[in-house]
Design a protein around this ligand. Structure first.
Ligand SMILES: Nc1ncnc2c1ncn2[C@@H]1O[C@H](COP(=O)(O)OP(=O)(O)OP(=O)(O)O)[C@@H](O)[C@H]1O
Length: 303
């Protein structure tokens, strides 16, 4: 019998997962999985639990929570040589990665995808050889937004909490002088932000990197050069519609290795959480993890 380990954040998704747990366990049992669970208690716990699941040779690890929990589970399994397959039941506010691989935000439907058993290989990003991300790495003042929103506010307001925080932060957004190497190319100058994306979805903006492939071994790198606040807002609203790519203030490239240095302080954002400060070396680990996903919906992705 195959063995599955569920790692869930009991506080995410308005604490809704617990009531689904008996039905989830029963369905997995019927599908041929002997399943056990771990409820996370604090930051970092999902990473340890995932690492422990690898040591105990589980065939499948199922991450239940938001992008933060998913990031920790990915970090736990990515550092191992023999990696279990990864299932995902999204319960967070934004669920960028789940959107990118077409996993619905409904417990039963997401579980059905795991039970159907199809997987796709996905790229994983690694920062400075010891931190991992599956969706995005970023830097620049505005990218601090995601971890400055208190989780109580997210529970109460959902996505609106991020919009309100963005409005509050706008006056403090400023450019930082950075040197960014993208494979052979170098940008040096003042930038509002940079993004190093693995998927097409960032902060719920699903058209921000329209040509991103989740398993081509390349990051989509975006650098927004220094601009005034009015232009910043204009480019952000173009990005909502996927019409930002031709803007002259935006550098848009593909690269498998990216490094960022600055004489100023640059906080890094990894999958929405604070991930330390620059200098940063990002590397794309091509097709590092197998993720359960609805492959019929993802035909355009090279399997
Ligand atoms: N029992 C817990 N109590 C408080 N915090 C926890 C607990 N378990 C995990 N965490 C922390 O909460 C962080 C955020 O959780 P998660 O991403 O699952 O949910 P979310 O904040 O609701 O979703 P999103 O990030 O999509 O808005 C995790 O990165 C983890 O560090």
């Amino acid at each position: 019998m195959r063995r599955a380990r569920i790692i869930y954040n009991p506080t995410s998704g308005r604490e809704a997962f617990k009531k689904h747990l008996p039905e989830v366990l029963e369905k997995l049992e019927i599908a041929g999985y002997e399943t056990s669970c771990h409820a996370t208690t604090c930051e970092g716990d999902a990473r340890e639990a995932a690492l422990e699941a690898v040591r105990r040779e589980f065939d499948v690890v199922i991450a239940v929570g938001g992008d933060g929990t998913l990031n920790e589970v990915v970090a736990g399994i990515s550092q191992c040589d023999k990696r279990p397959k990864l299932g995902l039941i999204p319960m967070g506010t934004t669920n960028d990665f789940a959107r990118a691989v077409h996993i619905p935000r409904n417990v039963e439907d997401a579980l059905d995808i795991i039970i159907a058993g199809d997987t796709i290989p996905v790229d994983v990003g690694i920062l400075n050889e010891d931190r991992y991300f599956i969706n995005i790495a970023a830097g620049g003042r505005i990218t601090e937004l995601t971890y400055e929103v208190p989780s109580k506010m997210k529970t109460l307001l959902g996505q609106m909490a991020y919009y309100l925080k963005a409005i509050e932060m706008i006056p403090s957004i400023k450019a930082t002088h950075m040197r960014i190497e993208m494979d052979e190319e170098v940008f040096e100058g003042n930038a509002m932000m940079f993004l190093c994306g693995l998927t097409n979805s960032v902060g719920g903006f699903e058209k921000i990197a329209p040509d991103a492939s989740i398993n081509d071994g390349l990051f989509t790198v975006m650098i927004l050069k220094e601009c005034n606040i009015a232009d910043f807002i204009r480019i952000a609203s173009l990005a909502l519609r996927g019409e930002h790519l031709s803007d002259e203030r935006l550098i848009y490239r593909k690269a498998s290795r990216v490094s960022v240095t600055s004489e100023q302080e640059v906080h890094l954002n990894l999958d929405g959480e604070y991930g330390g400060d620059a200098p940063a070396k990002f590397q794309n680990l091509k097709r590092h993890i197998e993720v359960f996903a609805p492959i019929d919906d993802l035909r355009e992705i090279d399997k």
